[in-house]
Design a protein around this ligand. Structure first.
Ligand code: PMP
Length: 404
Protein backbone atom coordinates (compact mmCIF):
# COMPACT_ATOMS: atom_id res chain seq x y z
CA UNK A 1 0.00 0.00 0.00
CA UNK A 2 1.18 3.52 -0.79
CA UNK A 3 1.44 5.98 2.13
CA UNK A 4 -1.68 8.00 1.23
CA UNK A 5 -3.79 4.89 0.82
CA UNK A 6 -2.47 3.44 4.06
CA UNK A 7 -3.42 6.51 6.10
CA UNK A 8 -6.88 6.81 4.58
CA UNK A 9 -7.59 3.13 5.12
CA UNK A 10 -6.38 3.32 8.71
CA UNK A 11 -8.75 6.23 9.36
CA UNK A 12 -11.67 4.50 7.69
CA UNK A 13 -11.12 1.37 9.71
CA UNK A 14 -10.78 3.35 12.92
CA UNK A 15 -13.81 5.61 12.55
CA UNK A 16 -16.09 3.91 10.05
CA UNK A 17 -18.55 1.13 10.72
CA UNK A 18 -17.17 -2.11 9.37
CA UNK A 19 -20.15 -2.85 7.14
CA UNK A 20 -17.96 -3.10 4.04
CA UNK A 21 -14.60 -4.69 3.26
CA UNK A 22 -13.25 -2.39 0.53
CA UNK A 23 -10.34 -3.49 -1.63
CA UNK A 24 -7.04 -1.78 -0.71
CA UNK A 25 -7.35 1.32 -2.85
CA UNK A 26 -8.64 4.88 -2.34
CA UNK A 27 -9.79 6.69 -5.47
CA UNK A 28 -9.48 10.40 -5.88
CA UNK A 29 -10.54 11.20 -9.42
CA UNK A 30 -12.51 9.68 -12.27
CA UNK A 31 -12.91 10.50 -15.93
CA UNK A 32 -14.79 8.37 -18.42
CA UNK A 33 -13.86 4.73 -17.84
CA UNK A 34 -10.77 5.64 -15.79
CA UNK A 35 -10.16 6.09 -12.07
CA UNK A 36 -7.07 7.48 -10.36
CA UNK A 37 -6.11 6.58 -6.80
CA UNK A 38 -4.48 8.76 -4.16
CA UNK A 39 -1.04 7.51 -5.22
CA UNK A 40 -1.63 8.75 -8.77
CA UNK A 41 -2.13 5.25 -10.25
CA UNK A 42 -4.68 4.79 -13.00
CA UNK A 43 -7.27 1.98 -13.13
CA UNK A 44 -9.82 0.84 -15.67
CA UNK A 45 -13.22 0.87 -13.97
CA UNK A 46 -14.84 -2.50 -14.67
CA UNK A 47 -17.27 -2.03 -11.80
CA UNK A 48 -19.11 1.27 -12.46
CA UNK A 49 -20.12 1.45 -8.80
CA UNK A 50 -22.31 -1.65 -9.19
CA UNK A 51 -23.59 -0.55 -12.61
CA UNK A 52 -24.43 3.05 -11.66
CA UNK A 53 -21.84 4.94 -13.71
CA UNK A 54 -23.08 4.06 -17.19
CA UNK A 55 -21.87 7.17 -19.02
CA UNK A 56 -18.50 7.17 -17.29
CA UNK A 57 -17.15 9.32 -14.49
CA UNK A 58 -17.80 13.03 -14.60
CA UNK A 59 -19.49 13.04 -17.99
CA UNK A 60 -19.24 16.72 -19.05
CA UNK A 61 -22.93 17.07 -19.90
CA UNK A 62 -24.02 15.46 -16.65
CA UNK A 63 -21.61 17.55 -14.60
CA UNK A 64 -22.90 20.65 -16.37
CA UNK A 65 -26.53 19.72 -15.69
CA UNK A 66 -25.65 19.11 -12.05
CA UNK A 67 -23.66 22.28 -11.47
CA UNK A 68 -26.06 24.57 -13.34
CA UNK A 69 -29.01 23.19 -11.41
CA UNK A 70 -27.08 23.31 -8.11
CA UNK A 71 -26.41 26.99 -8.72
CA UNK A 72 -30.08 27.65 -9.43
CA UNK A 73 -32.15 25.45 -7.11
CA UNK A 74 -31.33 22.10 -5.51
CA UNK A 75 -34.11 21.27 -3.07
CA UNK A 76 -37.65 22.34 -2.26
CA UNK A 77 -39.09 19.10 -0.82
CA UNK A 78 -42.39 17.86 -2.22
CA UNK A 79 -44.31 20.42 -0.19
CA UNK A 80 -44.04 22.36 -3.48
CA UNK A 81 -43.33 21.48 -7.05
CA UNK A 82 -40.29 22.61 -8.98
CA UNK A 83 -39.57 23.34 -12.61
CA UNK A 84 -37.61 20.11 -13.31
CA UNK A 85 -39.56 17.27 -11.69
CA UNK A 86 -42.70 17.39 -13.89
CA UNK A 87 -40.48 17.17 -16.98
CA UNK A 88 -38.70 14.11 -15.59
CA UNK A 89 -41.98 12.40 -14.69
CA UNK A 90 -43.35 12.98 -18.18
CA UNK A 91 -40.11 11.78 -19.81
CA UNK A 92 -40.02 8.59 -17.71
CA UNK A 93 -43.63 7.76 -18.53
CA UNK A 94 -43.28 8.44 -22.26
CA UNK A 95 -39.95 6.67 -22.60
CA UNK A 96 -40.91 3.51 -20.73
CA UNK A 97 -44.63 3.42 -21.51
CA UNK A 98 -46.24 3.86 -18.09
CA UNK A 99 -48.92 6.27 -16.90
CA UNK A 100 -47.29 7.42 -13.67
CA UNK A 101 -43.89 7.67 -12.01
CA UNK A 102 -43.04 8.09 -8.34
CA UNK A 103 -39.54 9.48 -7.73
CA UNK A 104 -37.42 8.58 -4.72
CA UNK A 105 -33.65 8.39 -4.24
CA UNK A 106 -31.99 5.01 -3.86
CA UNK A 107 -32.86 1.69 -5.45
CA UNK A 108 -33.89 0.32 -2.10
CA UNK A 109 -36.43 3.12 -1.58
CA UNK A 110 -37.94 2.53 -4.99
CA UNK A 111 -38.32 -1.18 -4.23
CA UNK A 112 -40.04 -0.36 -0.93
CA UNK A 113 -42.26 2.06 -2.84
CA UNK A 114 -43.25 -0.66 -5.30
CA UNK A 115 -44.04 -3.13 -2.53
CA UNK A 116 -46.16 -0.58 -0.67
CA UNK A 117 -48.04 0.23 -3.87
CA UNK A 118 -48.62 -3.48 -4.55
CA UNK A 119 -49.89 -4.14 -1.03
CA UNK A 120 -52.29 -1.23 -1.02
CA UNK A 121 -53.43 -2.17 -4.52
CA UNK A 122 -54.15 -5.72 -3.31
CA UNK A 123 -56.15 -4.32 -0.41
CA UNK A 124 -58.04 -1.62 -2.31
CA UNK A 125 -58.46 -3.04 -5.78
CA UNK A 126 -58.13 -6.78 -5.46
CA UNK A 127 -60.02 -7.00 -2.17
CA UNK A 128 -57.35 -8.77 -0.12
CA UNK A 129 -58.10 -8.33 3.62
CA UNK A 130 -56.18 -5.61 5.52
CA UNK A 131 -52.57 -6.54 6.24
CA UNK A 132 -52.89 -9.90 4.51
CA UNK A 133 -51.25 -9.03 1.18
CA UNK A 134 -48.37 -11.29 0.18
CA UNK A 135 -45.31 -10.55 -1.93
CA UNK A 136 -43.43 -13.29 -3.74
CA UNK A 137 -39.71 -12.88 -4.45
CA UNK A 138 -36.96 -15.20 -5.66
CA UNK A 139 -34.19 -17.07 -3.94
CA UNK A 140 -30.88 -15.34 -4.53
CA UNK A 141 -32.52 -11.93 -5.06
CA UNK A 142 -30.95 -8.62 -4.19
CA UNK A 143 -33.29 -5.66 -3.79
CA UNK A 144 -31.52 -3.75 -1.02
CA UNK A 145 -30.98 -4.10 2.71
CA UNK A 146 -33.84 -2.43 4.57
CA UNK A 147 -35.60 -4.59 7.14
CA UNK A 148 -38.61 -4.89 4.84
CA UNK A 149 -36.52 -6.02 1.91
CA UNK A 150 -34.08 -8.37 3.61
CA UNK A 151 -37.21 -10.04 4.92
CA UNK A 152 -37.50 -11.27 1.33
CA UNK A 153 -33.83 -12.26 0.98
CA UNK A 154 -32.52 -15.82 0.97
CA UNK A 155 -29.00 -14.74 1.91
CA UNK A 156 -28.33 -15.76 5.51
CA UNK A 157 -25.90 -12.89 6.15
CA UNK A 158 -28.47 -10.24 5.22
CA UNK A 159 -30.99 -11.69 7.68
CA UNK A 160 -29.06 -13.18 10.58
CA UNK A 161 -29.67 -11.11 13.69
CA UNK A 162 -31.72 -8.40 11.94
CA UNK A 163 -35.19 -9.87 12.43
CA UNK A 164 -38.06 -9.95 13.02
CA UNK A 165 -39.19 -9.21 9.49
CA UNK A 166 -42.60 -8.22 8.15
CA UNK A 167 -44.90 -11.13 7.42
CA UNK A 168 -46.30 -11.92 3.98
CA UNK A 169 -42.94 -12.25 2.22
CA UNK A 170 -42.43 -15.52 0.34
CA UNK A 171 -39.64 -16.89 -1.81
CA UNK A 172 -39.52 -19.28 -4.71
CA UNK A 173 -36.66 -20.63 -6.87
CA UNK A 174 -35.47 -18.19 -9.55
CA UNK A 175 -36.07 -19.12 -13.17
CA UNK A 176 -38.93 -21.56 -12.54
CA UNK A 177 -42.38 -20.30 -13.62
CA UNK A 178 -44.10 -23.41 -12.25
CA UNK A 179 -42.88 -22.45 -8.76
CA UNK A 180 -44.62 -19.09 -9.18
CA UNK A 181 -47.85 -20.76 -10.30
CA UNK A 182 -47.79 -22.92 -7.17
CA UNK A 183 -46.86 -20.15 -4.72
CA UNK A 184 -49.65 -17.73 -5.69
CA UNK A 185 -52.56 -17.54 -3.25
CA UNK A 186 -55.68 -15.35 -3.32
CA UNK A 187 -53.73 -12.90 -1.13
CA UNK A 188 -50.75 -12.52 -3.47
CA UNK A 189 -50.24 -8.88 -4.38
CA UNK A 190 -47.10 -9.02 -6.50
CA UNK A 191 -44.22 -11.03 -7.84
CA UNK A 192 -40.98 -9.05 -7.54
CA UNK A 193 -38.23 -10.22 -9.87
CA UNK A 194 -34.90 -9.14 -11.34
CA UNK A 195 -34.60 -9.78 -15.11
CA UNK A 196 -31.03 -10.90 -14.32
CA UNK A 197 -29.89 -11.54 -10.75
CA UNK A 198 -26.85 -9.32 -10.74
CA UNK A 199 -25.73 -9.37 -7.10
CA UNK A 200 -26.87 -13.00 -6.95
CA UNK A 201 -23.99 -13.89 -9.28
CA UNK A 202 -25.05 -12.59 -12.74
CA UNK A 203 -27.67 -15.33 -13.03
CA UNK A 204 -29.63 -15.26 -16.28
CA UNK A 205 -32.97 -17.08 -16.22
CA UNK A 206 -34.00 -19.33 -19.13
CA UNK A 207 -35.24 -17.44 -22.17
CA UNK A 208 -38.98 -16.81 -21.95
CA UNK A 209 -39.01 -16.92 -18.14
CA UNK A 210 -40.34 -13.40 -17.62
CA UNK A 211 -42.91 -13.88 -20.39
CA UNK A 212 -44.26 -17.00 -18.68
CA UNK A 213 -44.30 -15.23 -15.32
CA UNK A 214 -46.19 -12.32 -16.89
CA UNK A 215 -48.81 -14.71 -18.23
CA UNK A 216 -49.19 -16.42 -14.84
CA UNK A 217 -49.46 -13.10 -13.01
CA UNK A 218 -52.09 -11.85 -15.45
CA UNK A 219 -54.15 -15.01 -15.03
CA UNK A 220 -54.10 -14.70 -11.21
CA UNK A 221 -54.48 -10.92 -11.06
CA UNK A 222 -51.04 -10.53 -9.48
CA UNK A 223 -48.73 -7.62 -10.30
CA UNK A 224 -45.47 -8.40 -12.05
CA UNK A 225 -42.89 -5.94 -10.78
CA UNK A 226 -39.45 -5.92 -12.40
CA UNK A 227 -36.54 -4.60 -10.39
CA UNK A 228 -34.61 -2.91 -13.21
CA UNK A 229 -32.36 -0.98 -10.83
CA UNK A 230 -29.31 -2.76 -12.23
CA UNK A 231 -30.58 -4.24 -15.53
CA UNK A 232 -32.39 -1.11 -16.73
CA UNK A 233 -31.20 1.86 -18.80
CA UNK A 234 -29.13 -0.10 -21.30
CA UNK A 235 -26.90 -2.20 -19.06
CA UNK A 236 -27.94 -5.56 -20.55
CA UNK A 237 -27.88 -4.51 -24.20
CA UNK A 238 -31.56 -3.49 -24.29
CA UNK A 239 -33.20 -0.42 -22.84
CA UNK A 240 -34.70 -2.61 -20.09
CA UNK A 241 -33.78 -6.10 -18.96
CA UNK A 242 -37.44 -7.10 -19.43
CA UNK A 243 -37.14 -6.25 -23.14
CA UNK A 244 -35.15 -9.45 -23.74
CA UNK A 245 -38.38 -11.35 -23.12
CA UNK A 246 -40.64 -8.79 -24.79
CA UNK A 247 -42.42 -8.25 -21.47
CA UNK A 248 -44.03 -5.10 -20.16
CA UNK A 249 -44.24 -5.60 -16.38
CA UNK A 250 -47.08 -3.98 -14.40
CA UNK A 251 -44.45 -1.91 -12.65
CA UNK A 252 -40.73 -1.27 -13.05
CA UNK A 253 -38.14 0.03 -10.63
CA UNK A 254 -35.31 2.21 -11.93
CA UNK A 255 -32.31 3.51 -10.00
CA UNK A 256 -28.51 3.49 -10.10
CA UNK A 257 -27.65 4.80 -13.60
CA UNK A 258 -30.69 7.13 -13.56
CA UNK A 259 -28.61 9.54 -11.46
CA UNK A 260 -25.71 9.39 -13.91
CA UNK A 261 -23.39 8.21 -11.15
CA UNK A 262 -23.56 11.71 -9.69
CA UNK A 263 -26.33 11.43 -7.16
CA UNK A 264 -29.06 8.99 -6.14
CA UNK A 265 -32.20 9.13 -8.28
CA UNK A 266 -34.70 6.28 -8.48
CA UNK A 267 -38.31 5.81 -9.47
CA UNK A 268 -41.18 3.38 -9.49
CA UNK A 269 -43.23 3.39 -12.69
CA UNK A 270 -46.71 1.90 -13.09
CA UNK A 271 -50.14 2.63 -14.52
CA UNK A 272 -52.88 4.55 -12.76
CA UNK A 273 -54.72 1.43 -11.66
CA UNK A 274 -51.79 0.71 -9.35
CA UNK A 275 -50.22 4.08 -8.64
CA UNK A 276 -53.46 5.84 -7.78
CA UNK A 277 -53.70 3.86 -4.55
CA UNK A 278 -51.32 6.50 -3.17
CA UNK A 279 -52.99 9.57 -1.71
CA UNK A 280 -51.21 12.67 -0.41
CA UNK A 281 -49.14 11.81 2.65
CA UNK A 282 -49.06 8.03 2.05
CA UNK A 283 -45.49 7.89 0.94
CA UNK A 284 -42.52 10.11 0.09
CA UNK A 285 -39.24 11.54 1.25
CA UNK A 286 -37.54 14.91 1.68
CA UNK A 287 -35.18 14.44 -1.25
CA UNK A 288 -37.34 12.35 -3.60
CA UNK A 289 -38.00 14.29 -6.81
CA UNK A 290 -35.57 17.08 -5.99
CA UNK A 291 -34.76 19.41 -8.90
CA UNK A 292 -31.05 18.57 -8.77
CA UNK A 293 -31.63 14.86 -9.29
CA UNK A 294 -34.37 15.54 -11.82
CA UNK A 295 -32.09 17.79 -13.91
CA UNK A 296 -29.37 15.13 -13.99
CA UNK A 297 -31.79 12.28 -14.70
CA UNK A 298 -33.31 14.25 -17.60
CA UNK A 299 -29.84 14.65 -19.07
CA UNK A 300 -29.15 10.92 -18.53
CA UNK A 301 -32.33 10.02 -20.43
CA UNK A 302 -31.38 12.47 -23.21
CA UNK A 303 -27.96 10.81 -23.47
CA UNK A 304 -29.55 7.38 -23.55
CA UNK A 305 -31.87 8.26 -26.41
CA UNK A 306 -29.26 10.19 -28.39
CA UNK A 307 -26.59 7.51 -28.16
CA UNK A 308 -28.77 4.39 -28.02
CA UNK A 309 -25.96 3.23 -25.76
CA UNK A 310 -27.63 -0.16 -25.20
CA UNK A 311 -26.76 -1.13 -28.77
CA UNK A 312 -23.11 -0.32 -28.12
CA UNK A 313 -23.29 -2.22 -24.80
CA UNK A 314 -24.70 -5.25 -26.62
CA UNK A 315 -21.87 -5.26 -29.23
CA UNK A 316 -19.02 -4.59 -26.83
CA UNK A 317 -20.31 -7.06 -24.23
CA UNK A 318 -20.59 -9.77 -26.85
CA UNK A 319 -17.01 -9.20 -28.05
CA UNK A 320 -15.71 -9.08 -24.51
CA UNK A 321 -17.32 -12.41 -23.64
CA UNK A 322 -16.03 -13.99 -26.87
CA UNK A 323 -12.54 -12.96 -25.88
CA UNK A 324 -13.00 -14.23 -22.32
CA UNK A 325 -14.27 -17.56 -23.60
CA UNK A 326 -11.38 -17.89 -26.04
CA UNK A 327 -8.65 -17.13 -23.50
CA UNK A 328 -9.99 -18.28 -20.15
CA UNK A 329 -7.92 -20.78 -18.15
CA UNK A 330 -9.30 -24.05 -16.67
CA UNK A 331 -10.18 -22.45 -13.30
CA UNK A 332 -13.13 -20.78 -15.05
CA UNK A 333 -16.34 -22.74 -14.85
CA UNK A 334 -18.69 -20.47 -16.79
CA UNK A 335 -18.81 -17.05 -18.43
CA UNK A 336 -22.26 -15.54 -18.64
CA UNK A 337 -23.77 -12.15 -19.25
CA UNK A 338 -25.84 -9.82 -21.33
CA UNK A 339 -24.70 -6.48 -22.65
CA UNK A 340 -22.10 -5.10 -20.28
CA UNK A 341 -23.09 -7.16 -17.27
CA UNK A 342 -20.82 -10.19 -17.17
CA UNK A 343 -20.03 -12.79 -14.52
CA UNK A 344 -17.04 -15.13 -14.55
CA UNK A 345 -17.76 -18.10 -12.36
CA UNK A 346 -14.68 -19.87 -11.01
CA UNK A 347 -14.55 -23.50 -9.92
CA UNK A 348 -15.66 -23.54 -6.27
CA UNK A 349 -12.73 -25.63 -5.07
CA UNK A 350 -10.15 -23.23 -6.57
CA UNK A 351 -9.13 -19.66 -5.74
CA UNK A 352 -11.84 -17.18 -4.73
CA UNK A 353 -13.16 -14.45 -7.01
CA UNK A 354 -12.16 -12.03 -4.22
CA UNK A 355 -8.51 -12.99 -4.67
CA UNK A 356 -8.87 -12.55 -8.43
CA UNK A 357 -10.30 -9.05 -7.84
CA UNK A 358 -7.31 -8.13 -5.63
CA UNK A 359 -4.81 -9.35 -8.21
CA UNK A 360 -6.67 -7.47 -10.96
CA UNK A 361 -6.49 -4.31 -8.91
CA UNK A 362 -2.72 -4.67 -8.83
CA UNK A 363 -2.87 -4.88 -12.65
CA UNK A 364 -4.90 -1.66 -12.87
CA UNK A 365 -8.38 -3.14 -13.28
CA UNK A 366 -11.05 -2.31 -10.72
CA UNK A 367 -13.65 -5.02 -10.28
CA UNK A 368 -15.16 -7.12 -7.48
CA UNK A 369 -16.46 -10.54 -6.67
CA UNK A 370 -20.26 -10.79 -6.37
CA UNK A 371 -19.95 -14.11 -4.63
CA UNK A 372 -17.09 -16.20 -3.41
CA UNK A 373 -16.87 -17.76 -6.84
CA UNK A 374 -18.15 -15.09 -9.28
CA UNK A 375 -16.15 -12.16 -10.59
CA UNK A 376 -18.24 -9.36 -12.11
CA UNK A 377 -17.33 -7.18 -15.06
CA UNK A 378 -19.68 -4.22 -15.46
CA UNK A 379 -17.73 -1.32 -17.01
CA UNK A 380 -19.29 2.01 -17.96
CA UNK A 381 -21.45 1.43 -21.06
CA UNK A 382 -19.33 3.90 -23.01
CA UNK A 383 -16.24 1.67 -22.93
CA UNK A 384 -14.62 1.18 -26.35
CA UNK A 385 -14.60 -2.35 -27.73
CA UNK A 386 -10.81 -2.56 -28.03
CA UNK A 387 -10.33 -1.51 -24.45
CA UNK A 388 -12.95 -3.99 -23.22
CA UNK A 389 -11.21 -6.77 -25.14
CA UNK A 390 -7.83 -5.75 -23.77
CA UNK A 391 -9.28 -5.82 -20.26
CA UNK A 392 -10.72 -9.28 -20.95
CA UNK A 393 -7.26 -10.47 -22.00
CA UNK A 394 -5.74 -9.12 -18.77
CA UNK A 395 -8.48 -10.77 -16.73
CA UNK A 396 -7.66 -14.10 -18.36
CA UNK A 397 -3.93 -13.62 -17.71
CA UNK A 398 -4.60 -12.94 -14.03
CA UNK A 399 -6.95 -15.91 -13.73
CA UNK A 400 -4.35 -18.10 -15.41
CA UNK A 401 -1.90 -17.25 -12.61
CA UNK A 402 -4.30 -18.62 -9.98
CA UNK A 403 -4.18 -22.27 -8.87
CA UNK A 404 -6.09 -24.12 -11.62
N1 PMP B 1 -32.17 -3.69 -6.72
C1 PMP B 1 -31.15 -4.23 -7.41
C2 PMP B 1 -31.44 -5.19 -8.51
C3 PMP B 1 -29.83 -3.88 -7.09
O1 PMP B 1 -28.81 -4.44 -7.77
C4 PMP B 1 -29.60 -2.96 -6.05
C5 PMP B 1 -28.20 -2.53 -5.66
N2 PMP B 1 -27.17 -3.38 -5.94
C6 PMP B 1 -30.69 -2.42 -5.37
C7 PMP B 1 -31.97 -2.80 -5.74
C8 PMP B 1 -30.53 -1.44 -4.25
O2 PMP B 1 -30.14 -0.22 -4.74
P1 PMP B 1 -29.50 0.88 -3.76
O3 PMP B 1 -28.16 0.36 -3.34
O4 PMP B 1 -29.42 2.13 -4.59
O5 PMP B 1 -30.43 1.05 -2.62
Amino acid sequence: LGPNTYLLRAREREFGAHNYAPLPVAFQRGEGVWLWDVEGRRYLDMMSAYSAVSFGHSHPRLVQALTEQAGRLALTSRAYSNDRLPLLLERLCVMFGYERALPVNTGLEAVETALKAARKWAYQVKGVPTDAAEIIGCNGNFHGRSIGIVGLSSVAQYRQGFGPFPPGLLRIPYGDPQALEEAITPNTAAFLVEPIQAEGGILIPPSGYLARCAEICRRHNVLLIADEVQTGLGRTGRLLGSDHDGVRPDGIILGKALGGGLLPVSAFLADRAVMDVFTPGDHGSTFGGNPLGAAVALEVLDLLLETRIWEHAERVGRRMRERLRADCPPCVREIRGRGLLTGIELHPDGASAGLAAELLLARGIATRDTHRSVLRLSPPLIIEADLAEQAAATVCEVLAALPQ
